[in-house]
Design a protein around this ligand. Structure first.
Ligand SMILES: Cc1cc2nc3c(=O)[nH]c(=O)nc-3n(C[C@H](O)[C@H](O)[C@H](O)COP(=O)(O)OP(=O)(O)OC[C@H]3O[C@@H](n4cnc5c(N)ncnc54)[C@H](O)[C@@H]3O)c2cc1C
Length: 462
């Protein structure tokens, strides 16, 4: 049984997206909250993930805009990349947001305890600064780390992870990216824009393999056009350091030389040494198992974020953190539908999706019950103005709701909001088709796709 005399209402281990969202919501709901963090609040997303990578990608976009300016009749000159200045810009964005976040901790009166914590009882976290913190409820939110594979020993110099890749003081001439998932594809895209030659090696049959097959195909086409090389369906065999860089041998014998290798083969849960297993928390391959209310098998011990199996995204952590605080407060929040969490790969072009991809929808509802429409951005005015190519694909159940939205195109991530509402509110194509969309925007492409699916297409070219 949990100890009713425990100190705080909620004690949170880890101050990343999941942990701090839980802390703020619990505090808003009038609970006393302590959060134990060994590094900086904000975690991976703010310091080593979402924010700095998107700043790097934006710097790349500016470089591409300068290079391509003549296509728009503007005579700008691309003179090169000052990586020190790019890093200063990126770090400046992070620093500003970090300051803002620290302010929110103060405003919410969440007590931050600096140190490495360990679960030593169902109500107790022991911190390496000597403090023992007790709470009526505990939230585990220790996040994730960059994984590697046997034969890929990270040296931080030639064989690196995303953390190192964000802090390069010199850009390589040629980078080899092992792993063509979201993180690998985003670095490949940013680096190419910044003038680096890039070659991706992906073991699965396609890049960003968790996405709809059409999205992968469109991204691959765009990458080919941009000169980003990739090998799919091929694992690396060995990686060797050479006098001037690295040499990667791919299955089948192809050898690729480069200045460095970025290892982007996924992220593992940070749970070793945290005391979870020792305290009897049910785990699976290092991940913490929970029920649909994000409760572990120990009473009053919850888990959120990347340590819980599922998509590893910051806003999933926010949502889970908020959910847990509300559950503790007895507000009975609705159970989270993982497919209702938006996903974006911020490459050029961007790939955004909601709900089920076509294959998964067919598995769930039967192939003959699924209807799809693939609206080509060639028919969309704003996309033509931007000179971007791509599509909006809707996956719907016959005489039923739209269960998947898949989009590719420059800036298309900004359209994810409507896709999210359509999916989560179980919108039918006819519901969306009757809402007119602002002209000329890329948002119209969602409306056009819905109109086509509802049998009344407007600007559709065969
Ligand atoms: C390169 C990259 C790009 C990404 N881009 C995006 C993106 O664009 N959009 C998106 O949604 N997601 C993105 N992500 C994923 C996102 O960063 C994670 O999903 C998110 O940070 C997970 O939040 P979390 O709270 O579970 O863990 P984390 O953010 O990892 O936070 C965990 C915290 O716990 C602390 N901690 C760990 N162990 C202990 C301990 N024993 N004691 C005390 N403190 C401890 C850590 O120091 C850390 O601060 C990206 C990730 C990477 C690596």
């Amino acid at each position: 049984m949990s100890d009713p005399n425990a100190g705080y209402d909620v004690v949170i281990l880890g101050g990343g997206s999941g942990g701090y969202a839980s802390a703020f919501r619990a505090a808003e709901l009038g609970m006393s909250v302590a959060l134990v963090e060994k590094d900086k609040v904000g975690g991976t997303c703010l310091h080593r993930g979402c924010i700095p990578t998107k700043a790097l990608l934006h710097a790349g976009e500016v470089a591409d805009t300068a290079r391509d300016s003549e296509d728009f009749g503007i005579l700008a000159e691309f003179k090169g990349v000052d990586i020190e200045a790019v890093n200063k810009y990126k770090d400046g964005v992070v620093a500003k947001m970090y300051k803002g976040l620290q302010g929110l901790f103060k405003a919410n009166k969440v007590e931050v305890i600096n140190g490495t914590g360990k679960l030593v009882g169902p109500n107790t976290i022991e911190v390496d600064n000597g403090q023992t913190v007790t709470g009526r409820n505990i939230v585990l939110a220790t996040g994730s780390y960059s994984k590697t594979l046997p034969g890929l020993e990270i040296d931080g110099e030639r064989i690196i992870t995303s953390e190192h890749a964000l802090n390069l003081t010199e850009l390589p001439n040629k980078a080899i990216v092992i792993g063509g998932g979201v993180i690998g594809a985003e670095f490949a895209s940013a680096w190419k824009s910044l003038g680096v030659e890039v070659e991706i090696i992906e073991g699965l049959p396609r890049l960003i393999a968790a996405e709809d097959a059409d999205s992968s195909k469109q991204l691959e086409r765009a990458f080919r056009k941009r000169g980003i090389k990739f090998h799919t369906g091929k694992f690396f065999e060995k990686v060797e350091r050479t006098a001037s860089g690295v040499q990667v041998t791919i299955q089948g014998g192809t050898v690729v030389d480069g200045d460095l290798v970025l290892v982007a083969v996924g992220r593992g849960p940070v749970t070793d040494g945290c005391g979870y297993a020792e305290q009897g928390v049910q785990m699976d391959r290092g991940f913490v198992l929970t029920n649909e209310h994000l409760q572990t098998n120990l009473p009053n011990v919850y888990a959120v974020g990347d340590i819980v199996p599922g998509v590893q995204l910051a806003h999933r952590g926010f949502l889970q953190g908020i959910f847990v605080a509300e559950h503790i407060a007895g507000l009975n929040p609705p159970v989270i539908d993982e497919a209702g969490i938006p996903r974006v790969t911020f490459t050029e072009p961007e790939v955004a999706s909601m709900g089920l991809n076509e294959d998964k929808a067919k598995e769930r509802y039967g192939a003959d019950k699924i209807k799809t429409v693939n609206y080509n951005l060639a028919g969309n005015g704003k996309s033509n103005i931007l000179k971007t190519q791509g599509f909006v694909k809707l996956v719907a159940v016959e005489d039923g709701p739209i269960v998947g939205v898949h989009m590719v195109g420059a800036r298309i991530s900004e359209q994810i909001g409507e896709a999210e509402l359509i999916y989560n509110w179980e919108g039918y194509a006819s519901d969306v088709a009757q809402l007119i969309h602002m002209h000329p925007t890329q948002n119209e492409a969602i409306g056009e796709a819905a109109m086509a699916l509802a049998g009344k297409p407007l600007h559709v070219h065969d």
